[in-house]
Design a protein around this ligand. Structure first.
Ligand code: AOF
Ligand code: ZN
Length: 380
């Protein structure tokens, strides 16, 4: 555990970014190749490749690549982990014949910079591919259109925007963080049909079934940090780690999320010997945050720790504070088919006096998970 001396709690010298959801890239006019019917089919396969790295690439984006020649897939690859080669390099390495004259399908603009690995745009140029189809541009300021420029100036045909929406869904955190300097925030709640999350006594094990709880492991595995409140730690003593064996990758390959505990009233911070009492405090990645400003906290998680996806798993007060501050991008409600009655605890504590002040969301997805429902809403 890191105590309140952690620099996260020192809000001096913080310049908050001006938040814009617009793509900050401005590109010179370029001549893109038109998409072909088969491009959508192959890009969908590249997206399936990218999904293989979904839980392990953090903070890098999940990217997939397929190489096609004469209607045959001759190579495929994905980015497995930060520090390891990118998707294009794995795809080129896997090619079963010369890639000269082939088309490469990549779910993100090939990089132009030397980071932990050399630029993929250069690797593609050297390989002799004739055409590159890209789902979307990379908003990382180190790339931001330069990958495309390199390919075009080498005489390679470039087509951009094929299945962009589907590809972007894999990297909502990375894309938002690059564009706005803020992480993508998911708020998860498990409720009854009447929107209750626990009995008045705090008893809450279990409202949703095992399948829904397993699904939460997927959300945790996608997240660089889990934010909770000290009340939740005191009442539930949760582990807030990823432990599922059912995510399709070994648990050891998944970077464990940082745990951030909001503790404005200092119920945990500075209390002698408190580490012994709660399991999350054994985690040396845990941080106790005693300041007020949630927006500063989120910005610092992005800037100081490269955390692009945040999951809030907390009680109604913390959840209400994030909603009130307009900091939630996606609300994920696991709804169990039960009624807990009016004295049970509400899912959100938020003072709203009149209907015109209601907080509205758009339903993005509705899925049955075991005996429960999962409802994904996007903030309006
Ligand atoms: C690609 N293909 O598969 C991925 C890309 O530090 P590095 O060298 O790993 O670079 C990380 C950056 O590269 C990352 O922030 C993003 O801009 C881009 N990711 N690019 O061409 C890939 N994962
Ligand atoms: Zn690259």
């Amino acid at each position: 555990m890191t105590s309140s001396s952690e620099n996260l709690n020192n809000p001096s010298d913080i310049t908050m970014p001006s938040i814009s959801t617009k793509n900050a890239i401005s590109l010179p006019p370029v001549q893109y190749d038109a998409p072909k019917t088969e491009d959508y089919y192959y890009m969908n396969l590249a997206i399936e490749e990218a999904k293989k790295g979904l839980f392990t690439t953090r903070p890098n984006p999940a990217v997939g690549c397929i190489i096609v020649k004469n209607n045959l897939i001759i190579g495929s690859g994905f980015h497995p982990k930060a520090g390891e080669p990118h998707a294009e390099v794995f795809a080129l390495r896997s090619a079963v014949q010369s890639v000269e004259g082939s088309t490469a399908y990549v779910t993100l603009e090939p990089c132009s910079h030397t980071g932990k690995t050399p630029p993929c745009a250069v690797a593609l140029i050297k390989s002799g591919v004739a055409r590159v189809v890209i789902a979307g541009l990379d908003p990382n300021p180190k790339v931001a259109g330069r990958g495309v420029d390199l390919l075009l100036s080498a005489g390679i045909k470039v087509c951009v925007g094929v299945c962009q929406d589907q590809a972007e869904q894999l990297n909502l955190g990375f894309l938002k963080a690059m564009r706005c300097q803020m992480p993508y925030v998911r708020l998860k709640v498990a409720t009854s049909l009447d929107g209750r999350t626990a009995m008045a006594s705090g008893e809450s094990k279990w409202i949703t079934g095992p399948a829904a709880r397993e699904d939460v492991q997927r959300l945790r595995a996608l997240s660089g940090a889990i934010i909770t409140g000290s009340q939740t730690i005191i009442e539930d003593n949760p582990s807030l780690n990823v432990r599922s064996e059912q995510l399709g990758v070994e648990v050891g390959q998944i970077p464990q999320p940082k745990v951030v505990i909001l503790d404005r009233r200092k119920r945990l911070s500075g209390v002698k010997g408190i580490e012994q009492s709660y399991q999350v405090l054994h985690n040396d990645k845990a941080i106790i945050y005693t300041e007020d400003d949630l927006s500063v906290l989120l910005h610092r998680l992005k800037v100081d720790y490269d955390i692009y996806d945040v999951l809030i798993e907390a009680g109604s007060k913390v959840s209400g504070s994030f909603i009130e501050a307009g900091l939630v991008d996606e609300l994920i409600v696991y709804q169990a088919p039960c009624i807990l009655g009016h004295s049970a605890q509400p899912m959100i504590t938020l003072d709203i006096d009149n209907l015109s002040s209601q907080r509205r969301f758009t339903l993005k997805e509705c899925q049955r998970v075991g005996t429960d429902l999962r409802l994904n809403f996007i903030a309006q």
